[in-house]
Design a protein around this ligand. Structure first.
Ligand SMILES: N[C@@H](CCC(=O)N[C@@H](CS)C(=O)NCC(=O)O)C(=O)O
Length: 257
């Protein structure tokens, strides 16, 4: 029995939904609504003490951290290999996944200000949200949410986040030579690690990072990954409490460009 605790738009959840699709693993959805703070319910904290999604539970055993979950999915189930057999290729894959993990902070800042906060403010007052921000289990999330709420993540910091994303994209452009995938001939967890960032940046209208002119290999890669059934399935999970990206004026998930 495979259960995934996840949230529709969470980039880390998209990462694991995509790996499960690529491997063809049947799974049961356990939806954790971040807009209702389900991630801080005691039953959820018992399996994920950081109060973040996703968590995979396989035969009753929880596994946390999206990149580790994806390595687990690859190792535990049949289906196409998502970690290269060759040691050097596997190292290249993990280097790239690590860069994606570090890059999450930049994505999270843009997300908090441009998407999460507007959606949360449609449901809760600022004071209620400040209380919830302080309840977050990790100092990192407490700081991110409370600073976003107080309007302290300004344009200068968002620009630093955009610079970090541009560096990641530059590294990807370099890694995609010769391609067609990040580590070469076959799709691996490296492609799956970064694919959800395109889903989010696309919603934010930030496709300047992968224009044909600026980063032609990344541009072509995005066309390839967007056509993949696993990507389409992973980004199409509905916003179970409604509104989607469109509620706050962002582009809907089903229209990748
Ligand atoms: N390093 C973790 C990060 C997980 C994470 O930050 N998840 C976000 C959504 S993408 C979350 O659950 N945030 C909860 C919150 O903001 O309270 C992983 O890769 O699984």
């Amino acid at each position: 029995m495979v259960e995934l605790y996840h949230f529709w738009s969470s980039v880390c959840s998209v990462r694991c939904r995509m790996a499960l699709e690529e491997k063809g693993v049947p799974w049961t959805s356990r939806y954790v609504d971040l807009f209702q703070f389900d991630q801080m319910q005691p039953e959820y904290l018992a399996i994920n003490p950081d109060g973040v999604v996703p968590t995979l539970v396989h035969d009753g055993q929880p596994v946390c951290e999206s990149s580790i979950i994806n390595e687990y999915i690859d190792a535990a189930f049949d289906g196409p290999r998502l970690v290269p057999e060759d040691a050097l290729q596997a190292a290249r894959m993990r280097e790239f996944v690590r860069k994606c993990e570090v890059g999450l902070d930049a994505i999270a800042k843009l997300t908090a200000v441009k998407y999460l906060l507007p959606k949360l403010l449609n449901r809760w007052t600022r004071d209620e949200l400040l209380v919830q921000a302080a309840r977050r289990p990790t100092p990192y999330l407490q700081d991110l949410h409370s600073r976003a709420l107080r309007g302290e993540i300004g344009e200068a910091e968002l620009n630093e986040a955009r610079v970090a994303i541009a560096r990641l994209m530059e590294f990807m452009e370099f890694a995609l030579d010769p391609g067609p995938w990040v580590v070469g001939e076959a799709l691996t967890l490296a492609d799956i690690a970064i694919a959800p960032y395109f889903f989010r940046l696309n919603a934010l209208g930030a496709e300047q990072f992968w224009t044909q002119d600026r980063r032609p290999r990344v541009h072509a890669w995005f066309q390839r990954i967007a056509a993949r059934p696993s990507f389409q399935a992973a980004v199409s999970w509905p916003d179970e409490s409604g509104g989607g990206y469109a509620e706050v004026g962002l582009r809907s998930a089903d229209a990748p460009t």
